[in-house]
Design a protein around this ligand. Structure first.
Ligand SMILES: [Zn+2]
Length: 245
């Protein structure tokens, strides 16, 4: 599935001006990544707070139907509970990121707590999928000075977003689509949720339905879809760390 969009991405990448060499990531992207140049017809759909039974698997069906890759920021506690779902996400070719173990707000967490949450989650993901994640998204998007420095010290990279779909509060799938449509100009990382940080089984039916409609609509408009890792490579000269996806 990864190779599916490679041609389109290469074409889009060619429109970037300037050549960057790699590392440190913060110099290339700023202190976090939330998308590429506005107007490029590429989107990175991202899903937080899974794995979540049964909604993550239902979402995989929709993504597979459209042959679209996405990025899943998983919670370590749920990966431990349902490692087979994490494995299915990886085997379908999607990118997996670290979203902490228990979803603490990092504004109030010590550095030691942050390191522990990240490490336990990376180990859980590696045991389930065979790969340690490279991407990290802070719970609630919360952080304080120094948070992202710690993330980089453990050789990960922080990912935020530019499009907020408010799917956790949506009353219908159309509300989610409208929030997305209002903010999309091209080039964005898009935030949605396949799970809920408070409990396994949180109903994400609206998100799954909205995903189906958004992909249909934006494919019709000529957009391509990429994982966050693929989107980060849409600059000439950028090479991701070995094995990152
Ligand atoms: Zn979250």
């Amino acid at each position: 599935m990864i190779g599916y969009v490679a041609g389109a991405l290469a074409a889009a990448a060619a429109t970037f001006a300037g050549v960057h060499t790699m590392v440190p990531w913060s110099q290339l992207y700023g202190e976090n990544f939330s998308g590429v140049k506005e107007g490029l017809k590429v989107l990175a759909l991202t899903y937080d707070d899974g794995p979540n039974d049964p909604w993550t698997m239902k979402l995989l069906e929709v993504l597979d139907k459209h042959q679209v890759p996405a990025t899943f920021f998983m919670l370590g506690k749920y990966v431990r509970e349902r490692p087979e779902i994490a494995r299915a996400v990886a085997e379908a070719g999607h990118a997996i990121g670290n979203h902490s173990y228990s979803h603490p707000n990092l504004i109030f967490a010590s550095e030691a707590k942050l390191r522990q949450e990240m490490e336990e989650t990376s180990v859980a993901i590696a045991e389930a999928t065979g790969e340690r994640p490279f991407l990290f998204r802070p719970p609630f998007g919360g952080r304080r000075p120094g948070t992202f420095k710690v993330v980089e010290e453990v050789k990960m990279f922080p990912v935020m977003w530019r499009v907020t779909c408010f799917d956790w509060a949506a009353k219908s799938h159309t509300q989610i689509v409208k929030h997305a449509r209002r903010q999309i100009a091209g080039g964005e990382v898009v935030l949605m949720h396949d799970g809920g940080h408070l409990r396994m089984g949180e109903d994400r039916g609206f998100t799954v339905h909205a995903t189906d409609e958004l992909i249909r609509e934006y494919k019709d408009k000529g957009y391509v879809f990429a994982t966050v890792t693929e989107m980060m490579q849409m600059r000439p000269g950028v090479q991701m760390p070995f094995g990152a996806r």
